[in-house]
Design a protein. Sequence first.
Length: 305
Amino acid sequence: MNGITEWLANLSWQSVVIIIIALLGLRYAMHRQASPTARSVAEIAESLSIAMGLVFLIIRPFFVQAFFIPSPSMVPTLLVRDHILVNKTVYKIRDPGPGEIVVFKAPPEATMNSHKQADFIKRVIGVPGDEIRVSPGYVVVDSKVYNHRDLADILLHASSDPDEIVVKLKKNGVYVDGRRIGKEELAAAFGIEDPKIEVHPGYVERNGKRLVEPYVAEDPDTAYPDQSDLNMGFILEKAVAEGRLELVGNGEGLRVRVPDGQLLMMGDNRNNSSDSRFWGPLDRSEVVGRAMFRFWPLARIGWVR
């Protein structure tokens, strides 16, 4: 089923036209036959050609299109190989809003190693006028600082799948794969009898207010903007020079302001996502539509939020 839906979702308009012509040819050939079976085949071919024309040449280009999720960047909201319907009309009426999940044409900076135009899907974090800052999460154990990668290495024993360990920091503690790790278990993992532990969850700040984001896989592990990071610093400098971003403040209070015509996008899998932090802001003109409904697999059918 996955192969069929992916093939249908990615049919080019040229292929659709060829299939419709073939169906109409079949319809014409069968309609000339006198047998009831031939006439039934002719009617089916005619119905299929009309349906394909409506779906692939009218509905898909202008109203609704099916997409499949190729990467884990939106986990846990969307899983790899989920199939979704995208509303292509809503953003012809209005602009994307904060928190909405959007499909868009990937900017050149995101596909530098590929000559093929790709479709990305991310969540809108910043719209024109917004000031955005990302603060990384970390844990302090007896005055020593540990980030998510450090904690993942130390807490491997607590995960049911060490290859896909998810460490999330919340105000009330450290969570591994959704399970809260108690102080005694943390002490044993660090090899310290009675450690002093401080948990500092990472967060995204919009216009001076921390976002509440229960949908993310992990709290962020890296700061943004970060001019000390070579790749991020280069992208920031380029975007600012081109007028696609503005830098505001300095030091730990440094943040980006989103100008008109641009959007900041981030994946829900914050520490495993290629997004605006690494390839810059998204031009509004590249937006395809809003993720609307998950139709496959059947066990996960439902609205995308």
